[in-house]
Ligand binder design. Structure first.
Ligand code: FAD
Length: 458
């Protein structure tokens, strides 16, 4: 029986492990954390299950994966109605945008400018290959400057003019204001406002996937951070503190820089240097335990404005009908940052004060908490900066050529994809393993081309 090692028990790794095991391989999963789920995991704050920021299973999930998750989660996978708001021009507008609501709630001059942009749309073409230029050409300068550019600056830490047009293709697929309106019309219908969410938090998806994987024979080992991957003739050894697992092939979802640093022999200097030039944004999550049943009826508030550190606020209790404690609710504020910067290194007390102040300033209810916790993820948003385009091309070429290692997943491929994309990647990676445990590179390259068409859903 061939031996496969999967690195990481997030959605991509777990799906890869389950699929490979069902295809008859012996699979060992090595996960650095003491729990499964990765950035799609859940954990408890003050006795309530919370996620790493706002997570929902999008209705765009292909039926085969949705059916699979339904079979795993049963009635725990609930169908919920989206309730989001975005702050534009100092006012609240429903999000996803709905035409009448937007026209009613935005200042008339602003709505008029959007109307003009719509009329002039066919005359515009992008002035250069940047995120800013592409979005401005497609949706008009008003929406680009007031919403997309400041939000992108907040998430990725650089000016929207320094980000690539490719990011716009992946994040803002609408090609014209008319398509935005069509989307807004769809959003008015009940099915356009649905999403799926598990009763016990988003992490329940990975928890059930991992149970299914173990039932299928996968050897799941937690608290095993892989630090070295050494080629030994036709085999490869994955080493973590105190453990060595030999395999025919490795499917890795660990961050690319860590993978490259672990490889023995190392890749060519050109590849190591290129990986060193890939930029990635971190995220600090601030959880406020507020002593009231509900803070607002909304799932999510979005804050594109530049003057705030918080990019999004979610209230996990509103995502589900579950067994959450009465008399309290937990809010999660997402603060995009760079590893080591003032937000990343701020104390819990300082972050609590900052978030409270920001929420008060936008007119939300007093969030004074009875307790506050913070979490940090170092690698959340890959930055599609124009300066890093060559580096990304070098890394992508290298990743497609490996004999014994497939790198996949959000951090393994440096993409912004959703969980349903991760499930597709995991099962495609498992399908690229032959019966003897060797990798079918041509097949994997075809899958990589398909992943390039993934559109990230909000
Ligand atoms: C703020 C935020 C909001 C999001 N919202 C949504 C949403 O609404 N809907 C949606 O579908 N998706 C959403 N996503 C995306 C979703 O979370 C990711 O697509 C998904 O979690 C990525 O899965 P993955 O398995 O590739 O990586 P990860 O979830 O990052 O898992 C990688 C795993 O590898 C482990 N690992 C790393 N290094 C090592 C090592 N050296 N050895 C062993 N193990 C290692 C990590 O501990 C981790 O468990 C969101 C993401 C973020 C950050």
């Amino acid at each position: 029986m061939s031996e496969i090692v999967v690195i990481g028990a997030g959605p991509a790794g777990l799906m890869a492990a389950l699929s490979a095991s069902e295809s008859g391989h012996h699979v060992t999963v090595l996960e650095a954390a003491d729990a499964v789920g990765g950035m799609a995991g859940s954990f408890e704050v003050a006795g309530q299950r919370v996620d790493f920021g706002s997570h929902r299973l999008h209705p765009a999930t292909p039926p085969e994966y949705l059916d699979h998750l339904r079979a795993l989660l049963g009635d725990d996978l609930q169908t919920r109605v989206r309730r989001g708001r975005i702050r534009l021009q100092g006012r609240w507008v429903g999000f996803p945008l709905r035409f009448l609501d937007t026209a009613r709630n935005l200042p008339p001059a602003f709505a008029l400018r959007i109307g003009l942009d719509t009329v002039l749309g066919p005359l515009r073409s992008p002035r250069g290959d940047s995120f800013q230029a592409t979005v401005a050409a497609r949706l008009g300068p008003t929406v680009a400057c007031e919403f997309y550019a400041p939000y992108a600056r907040k998430l990725y830490g650089i000016d929207a003019a320094e980000l690539t047009g490719e990011l716009a293709d992946r994040r803002v697929p609408m090609r014209s204001p008319l398509q935005v309106m069509a989307k807004a019309r769809r959003a008015r219908r009940p099915e356009g406002q649905r999403f799926f969410y598990p009763r016990r938090g988003y992490g329940q998806i990975c928890e059930r996937l991992s149970e299914a994987a173990v039932e299928a024979g996968v050897d799941l080992r937690l608290s095993q951070r892989v630090e070295r991957l050494a080629e030994r003739g036709e085999r490869i050894e994955a080493m973590s503190a105190g453990t060595v697992v030999a395999a025919d092939s490795v499917l890795s979802t660990m961050p690319l820089p860590a993978l490259v640093a672990a490889l023995d022999p190392p890749p060519l200097a050109e590849v190591t240097e290129a990986v060193g030039r890939l930029r990635v944004r971190a995220m600090t999550f601030v959880y406020l335990v507020v002593p009231r049943d509900q803070y607002t009826p909304f799932n999510t508030h979005y804050f594109p404005e530049a003057g705030m550190f918080t990019s999004r606020l979610s209230e996990p209790k509103n995502y589900r009908s579950g067994d959450d404690p009465n008399g309290q609710t937990v809010l999660c504020a997402e603060l995009p940052c760079d590893k080591g910067d003032e937000i990343w290194t701020a104390s819990t007390g300082d972050l609590e004060a900052l978030v409270i102040e920001e929420l008060r300033q936008v007119g939300l209810p007093d969030p004074t908490p009875i307790a506050t916790e913070t979490r940090r993820l170092a690698s959340v948003y890959p930055v599609y900066d124009r300066a890093g385009r060559t580096a990304r091309a070098i890394v992508d070429r290298w990743a497609a050529e490996q004999d014994r290692v497939i790198t996949l997943g959000r951090q393994g491929l440096g993409v912004l994809d959703n969980l349903h994309h991760m499930l597709a990647m995991g099962s495609a990676a498992a399908s690229a393993i032959g019966p003897d445990g060797s990798l079918d590179r041509a097949r994997w390259r075809r899958s990589l081309r398909q992943f390039a068409a993934h559109v990230v859903e909000d």
